[in-house]
Design a protein around this ligand. Structure first.
Ligand SMILES: [Fe+2]
Ligand SMILES: [Fe+2]
Length: 472
């Protein structure tokens, strides 16, 4: 069972860490390594303190506390959602059996792998975002960046807790390695491609938190269904924090689109670039890039590994319990995207093998809600321009379309056609240089950079001009 979190402990937690001295000592010996990693790979902008949310409980009400804290003193803790003692496995061959409180031997390697892959993404994004503080468009945005960073650090703690508590020496070694791999490193890169890409500017940051953190939401959603109850409860709580990260992305892009639209209307032009804004065409290219690399994170259209994970009960579907089928899927078929005789089409496969596609489609329809919202802003400004999600086969490096080049409209291209046109669809060096030239930091309370509109609301009921960050 969970208990009240104990903040007198070195490691705040609601898992009764003090009753398990061995585990407590193991985690306390990992802690200095984590702090070293944070100091050397975390945010580079020096600050005195930041107005941050700290998780202090897991209940429905009042799970978070807000206050100014020096970032290095942030209380990274271990929090699992409340345990439901009656919980049963919702899918796969063990459907209806009690959820597991220990790792079954036969699934140990697979579960460990799933936890390591999830865990690897958490510190990766902190590394990708480490230099953004230098160019924040406002103190409000700076604070949000740091909030995302400390919570990704806490998500790393969440995964490391599971590795230490349930996977013995191998788990402890994997926990070390999570600090040894680094985003973009030649020798020891992060596991997944999108987490080795740079996040060099704030438009990329907002796109990342919209599209790539949203991939995280869907991955956590499938792990929340896991028969392994501690993993399920960890992910359930992480999802709560993740919602803020996506809010940062959604409203960040809202504000860029709003400002661009305003510049276009006021100056009766299609190009906000010379006016100090991000041109709509560049917003579209960034969207194309971040969306397509995030689609790759869902893996191949078909996967026997994922079929096995499902059957074993390790990883479920998005909102598994709301699905109206037998939750075993052994006799079902599913249509997945595929190259059919060289053309973009679909092919029927066993439903279990198509689960990556199922999850990717849930994600795609969620992404569409953002595009609809940004188009409403354009519409409200009286502009006919619209943003759109590119075709699922566009710019893919993983899965059925990795071997072909496809336009955003879904047209197959020769390598020559792709090379000649890709600068119209993906950010070019000129685009990136322009975006970077706009990234002049604004550090005065209540002020905002010229390329982005101010937010409608502050954080935790505070106004936009609140002193969210005290710089060093
Ligand atoms: Fe995370
Ligand atoms: Fe996140």
């Amino acid at each position: 069972m969970t208990s009240a979190p104990d903040y007198t402990e070195k490691i705040p937690n609601n898992v009764d860490l003090r009753d398990d001295r061995r585990l407590q000592r193991a985690l306390e010996s990992w802690q200095p390594n984590f702090l070293n990693w944070w100091e050397s790979m975390g945010p580079t902008l020096p600050t005195q303190d930041v107005y941050l949310r700290t998780a202090v409980n897991v209940g429905r009400e009042g799970w978070a506390h807000f206050g100014h804290v020096p970032m290095k003193d942030y209380r990274w803790g271990i929090f699992l959602a409340e345990r439901n003692a009656e919980r049963q496995i919702a899918f796969g061959q063990h459907k209806g059996e009690p959820a597991w409180q220990k790792v079954p031997g036969e699934y140990r390697a697979d579960l460990q792998r799933l936890i390591v892959i999830q865990g690897d993404t958490e510190p990766a994004s902190v590394e990708q975002q480490r230099n953004l503080g230098a160019t924040a468009p406002s103190l409000y945005d700076l604070r949000n960046l740091f909030q995302v960073n400390v919570e990704e650090g806490r998500h790393l703690w969440a995964m490391v807790y599971l590795l230490h508590a349930y996977f013995g020496r191998e788990g402890r070694e994997e926990a070390e390695d999570l600090l040894n791999r680094n985003s973009g490193s030649e020798e020891s890169p992060r596991i997944l491609g999108a987490f080795n890409e740079e996040t060099p500017d704030w438009l990329s940051f907002f796109m990342f938190t919209y599209f790539t953190d949203r991939d995280g939401k869907y991955q956590l959603g499938t792990l929340k269904e896991s028969a392994f109850d501690p993993l399920s409860r960890t992910c359930e709580f992480m999802l709560k924090e993740e919602a803020h990260h996506m809010m940062v992305g959604t409203t960040g892009i809202d504000r860029v689109v709003e400002r661009t639209a305003q510049l276009m209307v006021e100056n009766e032009t299609d190009d906000a670039g010379p006016l100090g804004g991000v041109p709509l065409t560049v917003i579209q290219k960034y969207l194309n890039f971040h969306y397509s690399v995030s689609l790759d994170l869902f893996g191949g259209e078909t996967s026997t590994n994922v079929a096995n994970y499902y059957t074993a009960g390790l990883k479920g579907r998005w909102l598994e319990e709301r699905r109206k089928d037998d939750h075993r899927l052994t006799d079902d078929a599913y249509l997945v995207d595929a190259l059919v005789e060289g053309e973009i089409g679909q092919t029927e496969v066993a439903a279990l093998v198509g689960l990556n596609t199922d999850l990717r489609r849930e994600y795609i329809s969620d992404c569409q809600t953002g595009v609809t919202r940004w188009n409403r802003i354009l519409d409200g400004a009286g502009l006919p321009h619209r943003l759109k999600l590119p075709h699922v086969a566009f710019n893919r490096r993983v899965g059925a379309f990795a071997s072909v080049e496809v336009s955003p409209d879904g047209e197959l291209l020769t390598p020559g056609e792709w090379a000649a046109q890709k600068g119209r669809w993906l950010p070019t060096d000129v685009d990136k240089t322009h975006v970077r030239s706009l990234m002049q930091p604004v550090r005065e309370r209540g002020k905002i950079a010229a390329w982005i509109a101010p937010p409608r609301n502050g954080i935790n009921g505070q106004p936009f001009d609140y002193d969210y960050v005290h710089l060093a």
